[in-house]
Structures are given as structure tokens and as C-alpha cells.
Design a protein around this ligand. Structure first.
Ligand SMILES: [Mg+2]
Length: 230
């Protein structure tokens, strides 16, 4: 008996590319206004990024911590240590606010609210989208991020955290995601039901098949019904 529907967020409920691009641009404007002479350039950040990652590889999945440290490190030639740290903190707040201003796929919110009447919903994400900032906390009752749990998908840790939290057996949970490997293969491996949201034409191939495939989030209730009826 299926009880819980868990979701990947980015590219499953909205396109993440434009969201990050806009958030980066808002972040750059803010920093350049706050710190005279500073320019937020991806090309100058790249070497700092490499250094930070080699010092602490876990930053690879701790996206919020990573970005904040990156900003701070890029500011130290313009500001004293303490001021760089506080500006990095302020900048991160600006970025996160913008990063959670997303344009949901058409019908996504209505679909989620509809499903939430019959199932418990939650988020399982590698990124730093936040159900509270997104206003999804009215229909989502849990959220686990790679940053919290310590290992990104396709590792099983996030799924195990959601199973423990909901007290579900794997067969009682459906996972909906867009990535054939990090979402579909990873959730299949743990024993969850999977629905592949084919939101783009990425050519990545997974090793396993989803139980159902949709290319419009509004088709989700029907896909879930098919799983329930099996
Ligand atoms: Mg995704």
C-alpha cells in the first residue's frame, strides 16, 4: 500500500537553470554594490573553487556552505576577514532568497495539493531549494537535503532518511524525479517505486527503468493511480 510520495525538486517541479542564473545575477549585483571595486566573476572564482574543494571534498554536496565559503574567499583581498565573513553571510541570504523564487511547472502546485489529500508528501534533494521558502510546507510534511544528511543521491542515505522519518517500507514510497541515475536508478536500488519526470531531453541513460514515466507534472495523479492499482 503506497503511503508517501517523495519528490526531487529541481527540474522535477520547475526548471532550475534559469533560477540559478537569475540568483547568480542578483548575487553579483548585490556584492558589487556592497563592495566597491569587487567583481563577481566565474573565471576568478574557479581557482578558489578548486582550492576549497581539495581542502574539503565534502563541500561538493554542501552547496550552501560551499557557496558561502567561496564568496568569503573571493572577498578577502577587498575586505578584512571579519567583514568578508559577514558580507558572505549577507550575500548567501540574498542568493538563497532568489534561488527559492521559482516558476513552478504549469499545474504543479494544484497537482501537489491534490495528491496531498491522499498521500504524505516530502522532498529529497541534492540542492538547496527549501520547502519553507518555496511555500510548499502546506503540502509537504518532510524534506531532506544532501547538505543535512551528508551524502548526495545516488547514494541511498537520503532515501533511508525519508523512510526512517515516515516509518515506511520502501514499497510504500514513490519517488518522483527527473534524473535517470540520481533519481530513478538510486530510488529503484533502495526498493522504492519510481516515476520518471521527463522534463528535458538530457541524453543520460540509467541502468534501470522507472515504474512510470510522465512528461507533464499534471499526469502525476494518473501515474500514481496506476501504481496503486497494480
Ligand atoms: Mg532534479
Amino acid at each position: 500500500m503506497i503511503r508517501v510520495i517523495a519528490f526531487d525538486l529541481d527540474d522535477t517541479l520547475w526548471y532550475v537553470g534559469p533560477v540559478i542564473k537569475r540568483a547568480e545575477s542578483i548575487l553579483a549585483d548585490w556584492l558589487e554594490k556592497e563592495v566597491p571595486g569587487y567583481s563577481y566573476e566565474p573565471s576568478t572564482l574557479m581557482p578558489i573553487r578548486e582550492t576549497l574543494l581539495s581542502e574539503d571534498p565534502s563541500l561538493g554536496h554542501r552547496l550552501t556552505a560551499f557557496r558561502q565559503q567561496l564568496i568569503k574567499a573571493s572577498l578577502v583581498s577587498y575586505l578584512d576577514e571579519q567583514s568578508a565573513a559577514s558580507h558572505a553571510e549577507g550575500a548567501m541570504e540574498i542568493f538563497l532568497a532568489a534561488r527559492n523564487e521559482v516558476e513552478f511547472f504549469e499545474g504543479a502546485l494544484d497537482t501537489l495539493r491534490d495528491i496531498a489529500r491522499s498521500f504524505q508528501l516530502g522532498a529529497i534533494t541534492n540542492g538547496n531549494a527549501d520547502i519553507y521558502r518555496l511555500g510548499l510546507n502546506d503540502c509537504f510534511s518532510f524534506a531532506f537535503s544532501a547538505e543535512q544528511v551528508g551524502a548526495p543521491k545516488p547514494a541511498p542515505d537520503l532515501f533511508h532518511a525519508a523512510l526512517a522519518h515516515t516509518g515506511c517500507e520502501p514499497a510504500q514510497m514513490v519517488y518522483v524525479g527527473d534524473d535517470p541515475i540520481k533519481d530513478v536508478d538510486a530510488a529503484n536500488e533502495v526498493g522504492l517505486h519510481t516515476i520518471w519526470m521527463k522534463s528535458n531531453d538530457k541524453l543520460i541513460k540509467g541502468e534501470s527503468n522507472p515504474d512510470e514515466t510522465i512528461d507533464d507534472i499534471r499526469a502525476l495523479p494518473d501515474a500514481i493511480r496506476k501504481l496503486v492499482d497494480r
